[in-house]
Design a protein around this ligand. Sequence first.
Ligand code: DON
Length: 320
Amino acid sequence: MERTITIQQIKDVAQEAYNLYKDNTEGKNADYIPYLANINPKLFGISICLMNGEKIQLGDYQYQFGIESVSKVLTAILILRQYGAQKVLEMIGADATGLPFNSIMAILLENDHPSTPLVNAGAISADSMVQPIGNSDAKWKAIVDNMTELCGSAPQLIDELYKSESATNFNNRSIAWLLKNYNRIYDDPDMSLDLYTRQCSMGITADQLSVCAATIANDGLNPDTKKQVFGKELAPKITSLIATVGFYQHTGDWLYTSGVPAKTGVGGGVLGVMPGIMGIAAFAPPLDEAGNSVKAQLAIKYIMNKLGMNIFNGHRISIS
Ligand code: DON
């Protein structure tokens, strides 16, 4: 079915979602990372970036928050750019774990590979793969440059978050060394863990995340900067990774109810990709018990359902 949706319709529906959920008080900030526990829980922002670069923005879309697990998508793109889709499949995998993001059980169950670059284990493994191997500073530069190209502007390290997370990341330290035990760390384990922790501590805005999402939706061409960031053959690979595990053990429920592949982070951000149509991002710190932003989920679901946008309904939508 062919359908046309106007930009005004998207604006109206996004505004409705914002008004509907802005005073919602469900959920709780992440408290296992001390910095995140202290962020104002009332912050709420939405940003949508269309394929022509036009944006629809509401609330705190310019507030810089911790990117956290959403960064896994960006570094997955970097290793896809550096190694190609087949190598990433062989060296990490593309399976859903069906388990929480920080699961050690998942590594033990699938001890021949860490499943997907979008859970903690696979993301640490992905950081170990970033080239040039053995050079922490150059690897970090590659990670930040890739983020900047995807988002259209540079993210900024939140030093306090980095310190807070480094001082408390005991579970991730176990993951890094367990992966080493299974030969799934391709560089120094402590260095790989540190790069992962640092990338999670990057400050990002909903505005920047919507540009990143739109770049994925637009076959690797950043609609803001007009630069081709990655090969278009990689776009469906990235979206499939996001679709299968973006909400961890709740990914099926999410896709079933929202119809949009999306990735969350415990900083409160969610990045959603509607291929060929738009990138959408929302941010609000309070999380549900699985570590996913309550208000960001509600807002994105509302917008998708109200507009009848769903990757599974096969509608060919043009925006006018
Ligand atoms: O490694 C961690 O636990 C955090 N840096 C990121 C976790 C996260 O964002 C999970 N997503 N919902």
